[in-house]
Design a protein around this ligand. Structure first.
Ligand code: ADP
Ligand code: MG
Length: 803
C-alpha cells in the first residue's frame, strides 16, 4: 500500500486501480448507485462495488482523475468512502514555511483527502482513503521532505466490522426499549390487562416518535439522499412504509382515529434486528482474511552487525536485515535461511501438510511456522506488501471485490425492483381502499408490501457465498482471481495438464550424459550449462545444477526457442540445446545409432535433450523428473467426475506416453509448441468443451490465457505475477480437484441463495397485498430472509470442510 502513496507528479501513470471502502450501503440498489456515481467521473473506466465487503474496485486513468474525486462523488451520492486519519507530532510547526511545506507534502500524496495543521499543539493530522495509504508511508514522505516527526496515535487499526456490529446493537437496543411500551399498549388493547395509561395516545405518540426519528432516522435520511438523486433503494421502501404508518397515526391522535404507532415502531425494530444479525454474520464471512492476517507476528528479533539481538515491530524490518527465528515462531517476512536450519510448516499458505526442511539460501515465507527445536537466522528479502502472504491476502480480497457475472444479474433485478414495488404498493392502496372502502386496511396492506419487498437478500446472495468460497480456497492453497473465475471453474468439463512441472515434480535431475567420440563429458555439460544460464525452464535447472562453474563455455547471444530449447553462438558456430525438433529446424541430423540408443530412455519416461554445435551432434543429456505422488489418484478422481483429462507436452511422444500411462491418462498430445498447446485448447473449446489448462506458467502462458480457466501452478512465490484465473499454491495435481470442488459448490450456493431470495419476494408481495401478512410480520419476514441468505452462505464453509 505504501506504493500508492507516491507523489502525483511522478511518472505519468495511466491505468491505475484502487480499492475504496464504502460506508452506508444497505442493499443491491445502493451498489448500483455507488457504481453509477463512480463511473460518471470522467476518467473512470470501470467500477465494481461489492456489497458484502463494502468495497469498490475502481479502474481509472490516473492522469485525469484524482482519488479525491472518488470521495466527493461517493459522498454526493449519499454514501461515504471510509478514511483513516492519524495525527503526527511535528516540531517547528509554529513557523509558516514548515507548516506550508508539511501541508504541501501531505496533499501531494495519493489518497490523502484532508490535511490539518495545528500550530499551537504542534501536530498535523492527515486523513487518507483507507487501504490506500499507511501511517508509515505518510511518515516516510514527511521525512523524505526533510521534516522530522513522530506518530501520536498508537496506530492500532480499528476493526470496522466490529464497530459496526456494536453500533447496530446499540441502535437496536434503543429501538427495542421504546417499542416495548407500544407492545404493552397492544396487549392492553387485545387482552384488556394493564393500566389505562398503556393506551394513552400521547404516550404512544411519544414512544413511536422516538423510534421513528431516533434509531429509525437512518432509513429516512438515506432514503431522502437517494430520492434526491433520483434513486430508489430499500431504504426508500422502509422509510415510506413506516412514515406512512406514523403520519396517519399522528393524524389519528388529533382526530381521535385509529393509531398504528405499534406498526411503525415494530417494523423498524425488526429490521434493525435483521441489520444487527447481518453485521455479525458479515464479520464472520470475512474470517478467512483475518485468519491469514493473524499469521503475521507483531514483533520479531533483529540481529545487528555486532550480533546483538533486539525485538522490533515487524513493520520496522527492512530488506537485508538478519532476523532470528526461535522454535515455534511465525516467520515475520519473506527471506532466505542464512544460518541454521528451518523446519517450516507451510500449511497455512499452501495447504501442504508436511513440514519442509530449509537449509542455507533456501526461501522461507512470512506467516509460516518454524517447528524445529533450534533457532535459525534468516535474511529478510521481501517485507510488507511484497511478501507472499500479503499477496495472497490481496488476491483473496480482489477475488471478493470484483463482481461475478451472476452478481450483475442480481443487481439488474434489484435496480428495477424498487420502483415496481412502490407501484404495487400504490396500486394496493388504491385498489383495496376503493374496493373495501376501508382506507385503514388499505394503508396497512400498502405498508406491508413496502416492507416485505426489500431486496437485501438478493444483494447479499452472491458476495457472501463468493467470500466464503474464496476464503476456503485460500486456506487449501487455491487462489481464485475473482468471482468470475469461481463461476467458470464450476463449468469446467475438460482438464488439460502440462507434463513438465505439473504432472511431474518439476525438479528434474541429470541422470546420464552420452557424449559423442572426441567430446568429454565435462565439456558437454559446460556447453549445455552455458546455454541454460538465462533460462528458467526446469530442465535448465537440472543442467546448471550438474555443471561445474569452471567448465561453462563462453557462448554468446543466447536465446530461447520457446518449447524447443536454447540457441547460442560459439566461435562463429551455432550451438543448439533442445529436442529433436529444434535440431531439425536448424538442419542438424541426429546420427541413427545415437537416436536409437536414446529411444529406450524416452520410453522409460525420461527426457532426452540434444546438444549440437555447427551441424554435428555432440551428445545427449538424459534428464529424469519424478511424477508427483498424488497424480494418479487425482487423475482417477477427475475422470470419475466425468471430466476429460488430456496431457499436453512439448516433450517427445515416447517420453510423454510413458508418463501418461503411469498416471492413467489416455489422451496424450506430444511435441507441441506453446502455440500448438493454445491451438489445441481453442479447438476443444470450439467443440463445446469448457477447458481448464493447468500449467506451471513458464512456457504455458499462451495456453493458460486461451483456456476458459487458466490454472497456474505457482512456482514457489510468484502469486502476484500470475495472470491465470486460478493459482495453485500447492503443487499437487489434487489441487485441481479442490479448485473444481470449491468452484462448483460456491456457485451452487449462489444459485440457491438467489432462488430463495427471489422466491421469497415473489411469494411475499402478493400475500402482503392481499392482507395475509400484517406489516409487522412482513418486517420480521424480511429480516429473516437476509439472515437466512447470509447463514446459508456460511454453511458453505461446512460443506467444504473436507476439501
Ligand atoms: P512441457 O510442455 O512438457 O512443459 P516444454 O514445452 O517446456 O515442455 O518443452 C518441450 C521440450 O523442449 C522439452 O522436453 C525439451 O526437450 C525442450 N526444451 C524446452 N526448453 C528447453 C531448455 N531450456 N533446455 C533444453 N531443452 C528444452
Ligand atoms: Mg511446462
Amino acid at each position: 500500500m505504501a506504493e500508492a502513496l507516491t507523489t502525483e507528479h511522478a511518472t505519468p501513470r495511466q491505468d491505475a486501480q484502487m480499492q475504496l471502502e464504502i460506508a452506508g450501503m444497505t442493499c443491491a440498489s445502493c451498489v448500483a448507485h455507488v457504481e453509477k456515481a463512480l463511473k460518471k467521473i470522467p476518467g473512470v473506466e470501470t467500477a465494481h462495488v461489492n456489497l458484502a465487503l463494502e468495497k469498490a474496485q475502481v479502474h481509472f486513468n490516473a492522469d485525469t482523475v484524482g482519488t479525491r474525486d472518488f470521495v466527493s462523488a461517493v459522498s454526493q451520492a449519499g454514501y461515504a468512502v471510509r478514511t483513516e486519519s492519524r495525527t503526527f507530532l511535528m516540531p517547528g510547526l509554529e513557523e509558516a514555511p514548515v507548516r506550508d511545506r508539511a501541508e504541501r507534502i501531505a496533499r501531494s500524496l495519493e489518497g490523502v483527502v484532508r490535511v490539518q495543521t495545528n500550530a499551537t499543539k504542534g501536530c498535523v493530522t492527515v486523513e487518507w482513503i483507507r487501504g490506500v495509504g499507511t501511517p508509515d508511508a505518510v511518515m516516510e514522505a514527511f521525512q523524505h521532505g526533510g521534516l522530522s516527526l513522530s506518530l501520536v496515535d498508537d496506530g492500532v487499526e480499528i476493526d470496522v466490522r466490529k464497530l459496526e456490529a456494536r453500533e447496530a446493537r446499540r441502535r437496536l437496543g434503543f429501538s427495542i426499549l421504546f417499542t416495548l411500551p407500544l407492545w404493552a399498549a397492544m396487549i392492553r388493547m387485545f387482552l384488556g390487562v394493564g393500566p389505562a395509561w398503556f393506551t394513552n395516545p400521547w404516550m404512544e405518540f411519544g414512544a413511536a416518535s422516538v423510534v421513528q426519528w431516533g434509531p429509525g432516522f437512518s432509513f429516512t435520511r438515506r432514503a431522502w439522499l437517494n430520492v434526491r438523486h433520483g434513486n430508489a433503494n430499500m431504504d426508500v421502501l422502509v422509510a415510506t412504509g413506516t412514515l406512512a404508518a406514523w403520519t396517519v397515526s399522528v393524524y389519528g391522535v388529533f382526530a381521535h382515529a385509529a393509531l398504528y404507532f405499534d406498526t411503525s415502531a415494530t417494523v423498524i425494530t425488526l429490521i434493525l434486528i435483521g441489520k444487527y444479525l447481518e453485521a455479525v454474520a458479515k464479520g464472520r464471512t470475512s474470517a478467512a482474511i483475518e485468519e491469514l492476517l493473524a499469521l503475521r507476528p507483531k514483533t520479531t528479533r533483529v540481529v545487528d552487525r555486532s550480533g546483538e539481538v533486539t525485538e522490533v515491530a515487524v513493520q520496522a524490518v527492512a530488506v537485508g536485515q538478519i532476523l532470528e527465528i526461535r522454535p515455534g515462531d511465525h516467520i515475520p517476512v519473506d527471506g532466505q535461511v542464512q544460518k541454521g536450519q528451518a523446519l517450516v510448516d507451510e500449511s497455512m499458505l499452501t495447504g501442504e501438510p508436511d513440514l519442509q526442511v530449509k537449509t542455507a539460501s533456501e526461501t522461507v515465507a512470512a506467516g509460516t511456522v518454524h517447528r524445529g527445536d533450534r533457532a535459525f537466522r534468516m535474511e529478510a528479502t521481501r517485507v510488507g506488501r511484497d511478501t507472499v502472504l500479503a499477496q495472497i491476502v490481496e488476491a483473496v480480497e480482489e477475488a471478493q471485490a470484483v463482481k461475478a457475472p451472476i452478481q450483475q444479474f442480481a443487481d439488474r433485478i434489484a435496480n428495477v425492483f424498487v420502483p415496481i414495488v412502490i407501484g404495487i404498493a400504490v396500486i394496493t392502496l388504491l385498489a383495496t381502499g376503493l374496493a373495501l372502502g376501508d382506507w385503514r386496511v388499505a394503508l396497512l396492506r400498502a405498508v406491508a408490501v413496502l416492507v416485505v419487498a426489500c431486496p437485501c437478500s438478493l444483494g447479499l446472495a452472491t458476495p457472501t457465498a463468493v467470500m466464503v468460497g474464496s476464503g476456503v480456497g485460500a486456506r487449501v492453497g487455491v487462489l481464485f482471481r475473482n468471482g468470475e473465475a469461481l463461476e467458470r471453474v464450476a463449468r469446467v468439463t475438460a482438464i488439460a495438464l502440462d507434463k513438465t512441472g505439473t504432472i511431474t515434480e518439476g525438479h528434474p535431475e541429470l541422470e546420464q550424459v552420452v557424449a559423442a567420440d572426441a567430446v568429454t563429458e565435462p565439456h558437454l555439460i559446460g556447453l549445455a550449462a552455458a546455454l541454460e544460464q538465462t533460462s528458467n525452464h526446469p530442465l535448465a535447472r537440472a543442467i546448471l545444477h550438474a555443471a561445474d562453474a569452471a567448465d561453462i563455455a563462453p557462448v554468446e547471444d543466447v536465446y530461447t526457442e520457446e518449447g524447443q530449447g536454447m540457441v547460442g553462438f560459439l566461435n562463429g558456430e551455432t550451438v543448439l540445446l533442445g529436442n529433436a525438433k529444434l535440431l531439425d529446424a536448424y538442419g542438424v541430423t541426429i546420427p541413427g545409432e545415437l537416436a536409437t540408443k536414446m529411444d529406450s530412455q524416452a520410453e522409460a519416461g525420461r527426457t532426452v535433450v540434444w546438444l549440437a554445435q555447427g551441424d554435428t551432434v555432440l551428445g545427449a543429456l538424459v534428464i529424469a523428473d519424478r511424477i508427483r505422488t498424488d497424480a494418479q489418484l487425482a487423475i482417477r478422481a477427475l475422470r470419475a467426475r466425468n471430466i476429460d483429462v488430456v496431457m499436453l507436452t512439448g516433450d517427445r511422444r515416447a517420453t510423454a506416453e510413458r508418463v501418461a500411462k503411469e498416471v492413467g491418462i489416455t489422451d496424450v498430445r506430444a511435441e507441441l509448441s506453446p502455440q500448438d498447446k493454445a491451438a489445441f485448447i481453442a479447438s476443444s473449446e470450439a467443440a463445446g468443451k469448457c477447458v481448464a489448462m493447468v500449467g506451471d506458467g513458464i512456457n504455458d502462458a499462451p495456453a493458460l490465457a486461451r483456456a476458459s480457466v487458466g490454472m497456474a501452478v505457482a512456482s514457489g512465490s510468484d502469486v502476484a505475477t500470475q495472470t491465470a484465473e486460478v493459482t495453485l499454491m500447492r503443487s499437487e495435481v489434487g489441487a485441481v480437484l479442490q479448485a473444481l470442488t470449491v468452484g462448483q459448490k460456491t456457485i451452487a450456493k449462489v444459485r440457491q441463495n438467489l432462488f430463495w431470495a427471489l422466491f421469497y419476494n415473489v411469494v411475499m408481495i402478493p400475500l402482503a397485498a392481499f392482507g395475509v401478512l400484517s406489516p409487522m410480520i412482513a418486517g420480521a419476514a424480511m429480516a429473516l430472509s437476509s439472515v437466512t441468505v447470509v447463514t446459508n452462505s456460511l454453511l458453505l464453509k461446512y460443506a467444504l470442510r473436507e476439501v
